[in-house]
Design a protein around this ligand. Structure first.
Ligand code: PMP
Ligand code: GLN
Length: 389
């Protein structure tokens, strides 16, 4: 029977595709973003203890209370906003489910949702599932004189219409590594003062910001926090992408709607892992060293690539580095990513995959994304292969 697809343009994600190719060709995988090392053994012990001693039955639908409390405390310490752990915080199956539940709960047919390209692959298809209309606004791409992506707040302001229901932000930004500045929040406050839209702020990389910069979140401004849904995840923060524990924070009335979708898509998520994370966060302060840990890896990769034909762009946060590949010729980024996997034995992600039409001219800026959440030996081996290109 014809299933009558709701998402005709969606296939396997670029992350699955490049990981499968890396595995098939036995290439070093700097594509999909995940560490090739274990989480902290203290965290593993806390989770094992929770599995052995319980709780092992259904968690409350909104999340294990001690974890919601720990998330509240963490946000007060880092972003400054005080959420109510009972009414405003929901533990989800990764940031993925937090984003999907939020969009499905809050977007109505015909609502416009502004996405900033390059944008994470989940946003547009889920807006489509909610019968909303994705409105894509491109960041200005890197140029010779200004070799970094940058936000165009005028273009974002121009995209706002009476139908705009939501703006999706993602800083620190995947894939560009861009972070927000206070001036960005000034611009956002100005635009939102005259319009009634929500902000969905995907802060999955909130604890990975380099060179002494702070993480700037819209929730640090009360006027923005009141209309913001903050989404994050423990995947990157605790080096455990496979655990799929994330969270979603929003003022009570918004959370109430999001929880209706969460309740009937997963009901609740893994209980002992939630308990283990909560107990680890109580005594361990590893999050504070996370930026320095990744900054060393970023610098190692940048330094190593200086002998190659790839020109690294500056990464301000996340565990991703973009490289300009112009010296290898001009063509579709995806073709080059496949060729590099086959010929150099290193898998990467084409930045064009973060645009509506990855084959279009506007999506191809000769950029590949490299993940540096890897052991130094893995990074060194990849550097050696890339230098020999
Ligand atoms: N948002 C962004 C920007 C991401 O890069 C990712 C993937 N790590 C996610 C959301 C999904 O996070 P999770 O693995 O916690 O579902
Ligand atoms: N967020 C990860 C990345 O950008 C991928 C997660 C996934 O494979 N869905 O690489």
């Amino acid at each position: 029977m014809n299933p009558k697809t709701k998402l005709p343009l969606v296939g396997d994600t670029i992350f699955s595709e490049m990981s499968a190719l890396a595995q098939q060709l036995n290439a070093i995988n700097l594509g999909q973003g995940f560490p090739d090392y274990q989480p902290d053994s203290e965290l593993l012990n806390a989770v094992c203890q929770a599995i052995q001693q319980g709780p092992n039955q259904y968690a409350p639908m909104t999340g294990v209370p001690v974890l919601r409390q720990a998330i509240r405390d963490k946000i007060i310490a880092h972003q400054g906003y005080s959420y109510d752990a009972d009414t405003d915080i929901t533990v989800t199956s990764g940031a993925t489910e937090a984003l999907t539940s939020s969009i499905l709960a809050l977007i109505h047919p015909g609502d416009e949702v502004i996405l900033i390209d390059p944008s994470y692959d989940l946003y547009a298809p889920v807006v489509t599932l909610a019968n909303g209309a994705p409105v894509r606004v491109a960041m200005n791409p890197p140029t010779k004189d200004r070799p970094r992506f940058h936000l165009d707040w005028n273009a974002i302001a121009d995209a706002v219409t009476p139908k705009t229901r939501m703006l999706i932000l993602n800083f620190p930004h995947n894939p560009s590594g861009l972070t927000l500045r206070e001036e960005d929040l000034d611009a956002l406050e100005q635009i939102s003062a005259n319009h009634d839209f929500l902000i969905l702020s995907d802060e999955a990389y909130e604890h990975i910001v380099f060179d002494g910069q702070p993480h700037v979140s819209p929730t640090s401004r009360p006027a923005l926090a009141s209309r913001c849904v903050l989404v994050s995840s423990f995947a990157k923060t605790l080096h455990a992408t496979g655990w799929k524990i994330g969270y979603c924070c929003a003022p009570g009335p918004l959370s109430q709607e999001i929880r209706k979708v969460h309740q009937f898509s997963v009901f609740s998520v893994n209980t002992p892992i939630q308990a283990g994370i909560a107990s680890y966060l109580k005594t361990n302060h590893a999050i504070q060293g996370l930026s320095a840990f990744y900054q060393r890896k970023r610098d190692r990769l940048v330094q190593g690539l200086s002998a190659s034909k790839l020109r690294p762009l500056h990464s301000e946060g996340t565990f991703f580095l973009l490289v300009d590949t112009s010296a290898l010729g001009h063509g579709l980024e995806k073709d080059l990513a496949i060729r590099l996997t086959q010929e150099a034995g290193v898998a990467t992600i084409p930045v064009s995959a973060f645009y509506a039409d990855p084959a279009s001219r506007n999506a191809n800026h000769q950029l590949l994304r490299l993940c540096f959440a890897k052991q130094d030996t893995t990074l060194d081996a990849a550097i050696e292969k890339l230098v020999s290109l």
